[in-house]
Design a protein around this ligand. Structure first.
Ligand SMILES: [Zn+2]
Ligand SMILES: [Zn+2]
Length: 202
């Protein structure tokens, strides 16, 4: 499927919260951009849909401040972490499944130049608010889409590379942890990431 509308501005892309305490930088073009019209996104954002840029963790950095992470339930029964400024509470991005997720779902309205990221798909349009008129040139899906069919090939390759990098980091971290056989395997630190739910897309 061809890109409906390519992202035009060149990286890096900066953004941040309303009070300016938390700032971030995205150092590569998005993997994908979509608008989600599901009822949960409507409730969470208070708007007609959530508008998200997806980017690998490896092209993402917090450049000022320290966000706090709030756990929020999703319609599919899972949970995602929402990064918020601890002072003004602006929600900046989501991390699905665990804090070691491959992708960040960044709220486009928090970029300094949000106009750079028109959506390449609309999803969950079955619950779209009726007054919202969509551009016929942008693919729309009743629920989710199959990323392997909708994302550009280079985005899929980047995602796989980021997944391999994350797996390697986990292996390295495991190898660096000294073995403590007397330690109980669960409930000791609470830092183990929750098991990622299997998802139909990255
Ligand atoms: Zn703030
Ligand atoms: Zn949604």
């Amino acid at each position: 499927m061809p890109d409906a509308r390519p992202v035009t501005a060149a990286p890096p892309y900066d953004g941040g919260c309303a009070c300016g305490q938390v700032r971030y930088r995205m150092t590569e073009r998005p993997l994908f951009v979509h608008c989600c019209h599901c009822t949960r996104c409507q409730r969470e954002t208070g708007g007609p849909f959530a508008h998200h840029v997806m980017i690998e963790f490896s092209h993402w950095a917090v450049t000022a401040g320290e966000p706090e992470f709030v756990l929020v339930p999703t319609d599919s029964g899972g949970k995602h972490w929402v990064a918020r400024c601890p002072t003004c509470r602006t929600a900046l991005w989501n991390e699905h499944g665990s804090r070691t997720a491959i992708t960040r779902y960044v709220r486009v309205g928090t970029f300094d130049a949000p106009n750079a990221f028109p959506p390449r798909a609309h999803i969950y349009v079955r619950s779209k608010q009726e007054w919202v008129r969509l551009d016929d040139a942008v693919p729309a899906f009743r629920s989710h889409y199959d990323a392997s069919k909708v994302w550009p090939a280079d985005s899929l390759a980047r995602y796989e590379a980021a997944r391999a990098l994350r797996a390697e980091q986990r292996r390295t971290a495991k190898a660096a942890t000294p073995a403590r056989s007397a330690r109980p395997p669960t409930g000791s630190t609470g830092t183990a990431p929750p098991k990622s739910r299997r998802r139909t897309s990255p």
